[in-house]
Design a protein around this ligand. Structure first.
Ligand SMILES: C[S@@+](CC[C@H](N)C(=O)[O-])C[C@H]1O[C@@H](n2cnc3c(N)ncnc32)[C@H](O)[C@@H]1O
Length: 314
């Protein structure tokens, strides 16, 4: 599906100079790297197109990864409506099309330029899509939906508004709430605060945490995950990189209104796979655990050999 997205993006930039978009992509990267508490809306269509080419494939891949995690614990056919806050160019809706049979989607975005691009990119025929031009710090004028998502957007609204918006979004959640943030120390700090707040409100954790205990990640460290995505040639030229893939790092939370089984540990770093053994760093109900599984433990070893960063271990 990523290739379908790439071809939609390429049709939007056909006949234009890649050099121009490469410059814009660099300027976008420096905007996102600034350690500002709040991010201003993108100031031009060129920057928005650069977002489509250089960031959308990555956020789409991260969102798809999180939907796959949800699928392990929740019947996706129960999800019929979506609310996406800070929708940008419809990234969540585009990814959702491969997982859910949605009937209705409400996408809230403050930037009319992104709404225009989102409409060009996503036109699912059997989903009734409502776009709302709205600053979410001023209110979220939507009814409750089965699935509520905020993907890479609440990091842009300013600390003083974040937790209030989280509570509002949770109140509008019929079934599942998902928060995705960049896999940085700042992104995780907000993820951890959200986890505490929603657990306090009685929400049930689906992933990634296998427990409701205090988060055991040490101060200064951060829990994040990674998804590898192929880079198209346009994507490569824009990023001025030679690799034909990139790794997108992100932190996330999935909460449910109803309890789900979480009897597993979570692999929270790249496993070290040696000769005849695998070393795993796990988050468990009793805290962080370093586990070495040797080939002597036949059954577990054959599972551990195939285990990747982010996986569950039963
Ligand atoms: C980094 S983009 C993420 C877009 C998309 N959700 C994704 O995952 O690709 C952040 C988006 O949040 C929107 N946003 C930031 N602050 C907002 C606010 N206060 N109200 C509504 N949208 C906002 C921005 O305009 C932008 O489209």
């Amino acid at each position: 599906m990523l290739s379908l997205l790439e071809s939609k993006i390429q049709s939007l930039i056909q006949g234009t100079s890649l050099k121009k978009w490469a410059k814009q992509a660099q300027s976008l990267t420096s905007t996102y790297r600034q350690k500002k508490d709040q991010t201003e809306p993108l100031s031009s269509d060129s920057l928005r197109i650069a977002y489509l080419c250089s960031r959308l494939p990555a956020t789409y891949a991260a969102i798809s990864y999180v939907f796959k995690e949800l699928q392990k614990h929740f019947d996706l056919s129960l999800v019929r409506s979506l609310l996406d806050c800070g929708a940008g160019p419809a990234s969540v809706l585009l990814a959702a099309e491969s997982f859910f049979s949605l009937q209705q989607a409400t996408l809230i975005e403050r930037d009319p330029g992104f709404i225009k691009l989102g409409k060009l990119l996503s036109h699912p025929t059997d989903v009734e899509v409502t776009w709302m031009l709205q600053d979410i710090t001023k209110g979220i004028p939507s009814s409750a939906k089965d699935l509520v998502v905020a993907s890479y957007s609440l990091c842009e609204v300013g600390k003083e508004n974040q937790l209030q918006i989280i509570e509002t979004l949770w109140n509008k959640t019929e079934q599942i709430f998902i928060l995705l943030e960049p896999g940085t120390s700042k992104g995780f700090h907000f993820i951890r605060k959200t986890r505490e707040r929603l657990l306090g409100l009685g929400a049930f954790l689906v992933a990634p945490c296998p427990h409701r205990e205090n988060c055991p990640i040490a101060k200064g460290d951060w829990c994040h995950f990674s998804v590898r995505l192929p880079r198209s040639s346009v994507h490569r030229q824009l990023k001025e990189g030679s690799l034909n893939y990139e790794d997108e790092k992100f932190s996330y939370l999935i909460f449910s209104r109803t309890p789900v089984s979480t009897s597993f540990s979570r692999v929270i770093r790249y496993p070290f796979k040696g000769s005849g053994f695998v070393k795993l760093k796990l988050c468990t109900e009793s805290g962080l655990v370093e586990k070495t599984i040797s080939r002597k433990d036949k059954e577990l070893y054959s599972i551990a050999k195939k285990t990747e960063w982010g996986d569950e271990l039963k």
